[in-house]
Design a protein around this ligand. Structure first.
Ligand SMILES: Nc1ncnc2c1ncn2[C@@H]1O[C@H](COP(=O)(O)OP(=O)(O)O)[C@@H](O)[C@H]1O
Ligand SMILES: [Mg+2]
Length: 280
């Protein structure tokens, strides 16, 4: 289907990957393929940026890693779970192992910041009364995580009263509350201003390194990916055209991802045109 050569190189280490995708093909119902032959390894301690134009399949790949998208062909293994062969009850365990962060934060606005973080523990707490139903240990841990993401002083505020950047920090703390073995962040900075975007990506990168877990982050602003990731995986029309360490890539090499995409070219937008900065 494509004539472009995949830019790829060897995996970063001999450590076993926490997620492995081979020959993944995904279609929604009878529609055309949305992912067409994706291979991906996610190793402990690395932040991998997932790039591609709008509609290239980034969100679908994230969903395939958590059992929210159909796997038509190929294999997907995440945190020891084989998604093409899940046994009864395993889907819940898989999703408890994967911390997720979204563009719109997905907090419960009327609840306190602390309670939002505590909901991350629901995966292993069983049925819980949201009012006073969490253990002291859970509350202690939630406060420690809020401290780690720099907003412990907001613990008792309503989530909706926080700025976007602060809300995303709460969402990250909630994901960590799950004690995830891997973190997926789908466009986590698309609603944030440039300063906040850098801060949130720094935080996600620190989490990858300090906790020794893989963090997969989809982004559409190229300079952010080049600055904050260890590796870049790039999709175009569902095909994986790039998979390489970030230090081996630059804006020009990543052009292949956007070459034939119509319409607005938004890859350098970061509240302004950063094309000059990216190409300088
Ligand atoms: N639930 C769905 N049903 C049918 N088509 C879908 C669904 N979700 C996504 N798609 C289609 O799959 C393609 C890839 O979408 P998506 O994974 O959201 O890309 P991205 O996140 O890179 O913008 C798009 O053409 C989109 O319209
Ligand atoms: Mg998307």
């Amino acid at each position: 289907m494509t004539t472009a050569t995949t830019l790829s190189s060897a995996p970063p280490s001999t450590t076993l990957p926490l997620a492995t995708v081979r020959g993944l093909r995904v279609a929604y119902g009878d529609r055309p393929l949305v992912l067409d032959g994706v291979d991906l390894d996610l190793f402990p301690g690395e932040l991998v940026a997932l790039l591609g134009a709008s509609g290239s399949g980034k969100s679908t790949l994230m969903k395939a890693l958590t059992g929210f998208a159909p796997v038509n062909e190929g294999s997907v293994r995440v945190a020891g779970y084989d998604l093409t062969n899940l046994r009864h009850g395993q889907l819940r365990g898989l999703r408890a192992s994967v911390g997720q962060v979204f563009q719109q934060f997905n907090l419960v606005g009327r609840l306190s910041v602390l309670t939002n973080v505590l909901t991350g523990a629901l995966h292993d707490a069983g049925p819980v009364n949201l009012v006073g139903g969490f253990s002291a240990a859970h509350r202690r841990r939630a406060l420690e995580l809020l401290d780690r993401v720099g907003i412990a002083h907001k613990a008792n505020e309503q989530a909706r009263s926080l700025s976007g950047g602060q809300q995303q920090r709460v969402a990250i703390a909630r994901a960590l509350m799950q004690q995830p073995r891997i973190v997926l962040a789908d466009e986590p900075v698309a609603s944030l201003d440039p300063k906040m975007s850098h801060a949130v990506l720094d935080l996600l990168h620190d989490i990858a390194r300090q906790d020794g877990i893989p963090v997969l982050v989809s982004l559409h602003v190229l300079p952010l990916a080049l600055e904050h990731s260890d590796r870049i995986v790039g999709l175009r029309h569902g095909e994986m055209l790039v998979s390489a360490p970030t230090r081996e890539l630059d804006a020009e090499k990543l052009d292949v991802l956007y070459a034939d995409v119509d319409g607005h070219d938004d890859r350098f937008d970061e509240e302004g045109d950063h094309r000059g900065a990216a190409l300088a």
